[in-house]
Design a protein around this ligand. Structure first.
Ligand code: SF4
Ligand code: SF4
Length: 180
């Protein structure tokens, strides 16, 4: 985490994020890494899965409620230091706030369209698994083809504006501004 990212973000950045939460609710990522040092403090708050050098918890994060982090003061370092491409670009003054909010609105609208093609109760992570099966099947219904294309377009939108290409997890290094 950088010293710059340690302080609470500016209000406009907080407004952008509390209208989004896509990096917490499973839209963008499947898991979040936490450091070894944080594990004891977080073990009562999150279900951690230990790995060789750190631990992870899976998304959607149970503490993302109403597009807000319910454990904001206690959130892991990875969450504190994360800025998606759009937030980073706004923070650096490379895009204005109107463009940042437009991108979030576009992404949320696209996700709503995608959800109409998902199965009842299916998460986006599960939909990505299903896409794999649909893509590998020898034949596809028109509905399956539309679902496959929509989810792929949605992931491309996420890659363009919000995360590194195909990124599965929160990264501890801040995102880079996306070229528009
Ligand atoms: S995806 Fe970006 S804009 Fe949305 S909540 Fe995360 S950091 Fe904020
Ligand atoms: S702990 Fe808070 S910031 Fe981190 S993923 Fe969960 S809701 Fe998001």
């Amino acid at each position: 985490m950088t010293a710059e990212a340690a302080a609470d973000p500016p209000l406009l950045e907080q407004d952008l994020c509390t209208g989004c939460a896509a990096c917490c609710d499973g839209t963008m990522f499947t898991y979040v890494p936490v450091t070894r040092e944080e594990q004891a403090a977080l073990s009562d708050l999150l279900t951690l899965e230990t790995r060789a050098d750190d631990a992870i918890f899976h998304q959607p994060c149970p503490h993302s409620v109403g597009q807000r982090c319910q454990i904001y003061a206690l959130r892991p370092q990875t969450c504190r230091s994360f800025r998606c491409k759009t937030l980073y670009a706004m923070h650096k003054g490379e895009i204005d706030s109107a463009e940042a909010f437009r991108r979030v609105r576009e992404m949320l609208a696209s996700r709503e369209q995608l959800k109409t093609m998902m199965e009842i109760g299916e998460s986006i992570a599960e939909a990505r698994d299903r896409r794999q099966k649909v893509a590998q099947a020898s034949a596809r219904t028109p509905e399956e083809m539309a679902f496959l294309l929509k989810l792929t377009a949605f992931d491309l939108l996420l890659d363009r504006y919000f995360r590194d290409k195909g990124q599965q997890m929160f990264s501890r290094s801040p995102g880079k501004a996306a070229a528009d």
